[in-house]
Design a protein around this ligand. Structure first.
Ligand code: C5P
Length: 290
């Protein structure tokens, strides 16, 4: 990667995702508990003659020909807010699968915003206001903190201290369209969002698992209808030794399983990678903020 400022774009994992209703403009109101994983893309940014983006890494081919990458959009919007030209050279090491429910593009855009703040200083107005123009879950990715998000995703608050979680992430290599998944929901019409109830104290894995049992991902069933392989991934993860919970993140297709220790997670990841060489499999830790 080229030099300059380095920012880590950690994968966003939706531990829960409840749909509360649909706004007149078609967007859905949701409530989601979000943690960030050590698994990440890496972004560098430096002053240059003109705006450019160089993409490397295992998932670079999936972005080939993407003239409208969210990093470039972020640069144009951020520079515009400061009244300057977006003369920046970005390099992206794309380690995370694209269009996969772990916020890859959003995390990259958020990392670009953090890099530009370090390079140029704060923009006028709110950073969240700039972030939400790039996507509903970009604001939560800017902070990278364990968060409860609601509204269409633009409202966030600190989730308090959760345990660090040993996890395995699996993506079966199918890209699932987020609008297609949302459009299968039959959500009641609502006008505005109400903030979610405060989270109980979720300081242990057992306490968190109890809470998650009552707070599923409502997008999982419609995503499986579109891409049945997601159901196979979840079944395989559930059967892996030591798995305490298997669930899809975001609108899919990436799924995660939680384990009680890093050794079970590492062993499960090695077994899954052996059994399914076509799947992207990684053992990682989700940071609970402790
Ligand atoms: O904001 P983002 O680009 O992530 O959203 C992609 C699409 O997903 C939207 O155009 C919309 O169809 C759907 N969506 C939704 N409700 C949300 C977030 C996204 O209906 N809260």
């Amino acid at each position: 990667m080229s030099g300059g400022i380095l920012e880590i774009a950690n994968a966003k994992i939706n531990l829960s995702l409840r749909i509360r209703g649909k706004r007149p403009d078609g967007y859905h109101l949701l409530e989601s508990l979000v943690l960030f994983a050590d698994a990440a893309d890496r972004i560098t940014c430096r002053n240059a003659e003109a705006l450019s983006l160089d993409v490397t890494g295992p998932f670079a081919p999936a972005l080939a020909g993407d003239e409208d990458n969210l990093i470039l959009k972020a640069a144009r919007i951020f520079a515009g807010a400061l009244g300057r030209e977006p003369a920046l050279a970005f390099a992206l090491e794309k380690n995370l699968p694209v269009a996969s429910g772990i916020g890859g593009g959003s995390a990259d855009a958020a990392a670009a915003i953090r890099a530009m703040i370090r390079l140029w200083g704060d923009p006028p107005g709110s950073i969240a206001g700039i972030a939400v123009q790039l996507g509903a879950d970009v604001p939560v990715c800017v902070g990278k903190r364990p968060s409860m998000m609601w509204g269409i995703g633009e409202q966030t608050r600190d989730a308090g201290l959760l345990p660090d979680l040993d996890a395995v992430l699996v993506n079966p290599g199918v890209a699932v369209s987020t609008p297609a998944v949302f459009s299968r929901l039959k959500a009641p019409s609502v006008d505005g969002a109400t903030p979610p109830a405060p989270l109980p104290h979720l300081a242990t894995l057992d306490g968190l698992l109890d809470w998650l049992a009552d707070n599923p991902n409502d997008l999982q069933a419609p995503a499986i209808e579109i891409a049945p392989v997601i159901g196979d991934v979840l079944e395989t993860l559930e059967k892996s030794a030591g798995a305490r919970l298997a669930r899809m993140s975001g609108s899919g297709a990436t799924c995660f399983a939680l384990y009680g220790n890093p050794f079970d997670a590492a062993e499960a990841a090695a077994d899954l990678a052996r059994q399914h060489p076509g799947w992207w499999v990684t053992a990682t830790r989700l940071r609970g903020g402790q």
